[in-house]
Design a protein around this ligand. Structure first.
Ligand code: ADP
Length: 507
């Protein structure tokens, strides 16, 4: 017999005894509410008899729900680590086997071992793999293997339900499970008494991201000069796992460059690697190409700095520009994000300033090259016309140009959709969320007005940059020399080359 001697029932879960998960709550950040709630489980695990004596019903099971990489596994380990009890971990997919009876035997074995070593914690990751919604009546399919697998999964799920219901006899064992697809779970599993608590583990906000970065930075040699808060602010949507990866990546870069500790430049390099990809070798732009690229990027960046200086504009300023090709891009401009609130209550002047920033690339080309403009700034121009159109239509800010007539029914709610609360994605992404409700009769008029608005703002931007011709040239030269320039360097240049400085001082 082929299978002889192989014990399929033994679960692969390894007991790690005496808090050797080594994880504590201080290793977890950004999900304070969840941690607060989970503290009670630790209290229980440390002294199950006390709960018993007081007549408190022991907690049954807890479902941790949320997107991947936000710390579900980590926090489960921390519970065991804090209480100093064994931790039995398995993934839902490990129970799914074609062989009849293997999955349920593994469940039985897992619970048995946890009970023998109680108090203890059982953790099943990706429980959706094992506990997807059952089909009701078992539907026969022509595929026999499929039938067998479905039936086997149901047997396994039933076994899990039996174990959970029999939990009272096995006091002192906490059952934790995690999923990012709660909608797929079989309702039987969610019935009261099985999971008596469902806790949502959310992606961290800016403060959470900073705390997570601090935790991971403390495990490596991070230079004190690295400003972690700016990364926390500028990486919206990044999960704990991604931030941990960032610190690891930065450490690797630092080692490669033989730095004694991780420097700001190593962190920047790591961010670029994780976002746009590693540096590309062999596709260096020619000098002319680099000049064009540098001109448009510096134009955009300088416009934002100038608007801030001279018009108190609330726009993102530039953290750094790089003209080193990476991944799919030839250059990158990193903006420093504003506080989330600043995006939620944007007013007309703010939107128009932003429009000017987007037009800064083409405007700089005009200042430097005259009418001989190139395609280097087309991406910015495309964003600019999209933004201008929205200013005129759905936001109706510039000059109430109400699009009369009903928006199509599926877009009715669009008028009430504000900017998103969590700002994922890149800087201007939130403008692409909803399309303006189109009314084709008005479309020509909108196009005309869009053009008019763009021309007006473009003209302003050209004169702004023209009066800072010297600073613009200097910044482009520095960028071409160094391949990178920081926001502080741009400010330094602006301080040294005030408006109307004659260009010849550069020669
Ligand atoms: P999930 O189980 O939600 O998919 P994990 O707990 O496996 O996520 O996270 C993977 C790794 O990412 C963790 O081991 C940890 O290094 C890091 N991490 C994730 N979330 C956090 C967090 N909230 N605080 C600190 N580190 C985190």
């Amino acid at each position: 017999d082929l299978w002889q001697g192989i014990d399929f029932s033994r679960s692969k879960a390894e007991a790690r005894v005496d808090g050797s998960t080594g994880v504590k709550f201080c290793d977890v950040a950004g999900i304070d509410e969840a941690v607060e709630e989970l503290q009670e489980l630790v209290r229980y695990l440390k002294n199950p008899e006390l709960f018993d004596k007081m007549g408190i019903k022991p907690p049954h099971g807890v479902l941790l729900e949320g997107p991947p990489g936000c710390g579900k596994t980590l926090v489960a380990k921390a519970i065991a680590g804090e209480a100093g009890v064994p931790f039995y971990q398995m993934a839902g997919s490990e129970f799914v086997e074609v062989l009849v009876g293997v999955g349920s035997a593994r469940i039985r074995d897992l619970f048995k071992r946890a009970k023998v070593n109680k108090p203890s914690v059982i953790f099943i990751d990706e429980i959706d793999a094992l506990a997807t919604r059952r089909q009701g009546i078992f539907k026969e399919s022509s595929d026999q293997l499929y039938n067998a697998a479905t039936q086997e999964r149901e047997t396994t799920l039933n076994q899990l339900l039996i174990e959970l219901d029999g939990f009272d006899t096995g006091k002192g064992v906490i059952f934790l499970a995690a999923t990012n697809r709660k909608d797929l779970l079989d309702p039987a599993l969610l019935r009261p008494g099985r999971f008596d608590r469902k806790i949502r583990i959310r992606p961290p906000g800016a403060k959470g991201r900073l705390d997570i970065l601090k935790i991971h930075a403390s495990k490596v040699k991070m230079s004190d000069s690295v400003d972690l808060s700016s990364y926390a602010q500028n990486l919206p949507g990044w999960t704990g796992a991604k931030l941990a990866q960032l610190v690891q990546e930065a450490a690797l870069v630092a080692v490669r460059k033989r730095h004694n500790s991780i420097l700001q430049s190593d962190m920047d390099d790591a961010v670029d690697r994780l976002t746009v990809g590693p540096k590309r070798v062999g596709i260096e732009l020619g000098y002319q190409g680099q000049c064009r690229r540098a001109t448009t990027e510096v134009g955009v960046a300088l416009t934002s700095h100038l608007l801030r200086r001279h018009e108190n504009a609330i726009v993102e300023c530039c953290d750094r520009i790089s003209i080193v090709p990476r991944g799919q891009t030839l250059s990158q401009l990193v903006f420093h994000r504003l506080d989330d609130e600043a995006y939620m209550f944007e007013r007309e002047p703010q939107l128009l300033h932003r429009l000017q920033v987007l037009l800064g690339g083409r405007a700089a080309e005009e200042v430097i090259y005259g009418r001989d403009t190139s395609k280097a700034s087309v991406d910015y121009l495309a964003s600019a016309s999209w933004l201008a159109r929205k200013i005129l239509t759905i936001w109706n800010l510039e000059n109430p140009m109400v699009i009369h007539g009903e928006p199509p029914p599926w877009r009715k709610s669009a008028r009430f959709v504000g900017p998103r609360l969590d700002f994922e994605g890149s800087l201007y992404d939130d403008y692409n969320l909803i399309e303006p409700p189109l009314n084709f009769k008005l479309d020509d008029e909108v196009a005309e007005r869009t053009e008019e608005l763009i021309r007006k703002m473009y003209g302003k931007t050209v004169s702004l940059l023209r009066s800072h011709h010297a600073a613009l040239l200097k910044a482009i030269k520095v960028l071409l020399n160094q391949k990178e320039i920081s926001g502080e360097e741009l400010d330094f240049i602006l301080n040294n080359y005030p408006p109307q400085t004659p260009v010849r001082v550069l020669e």
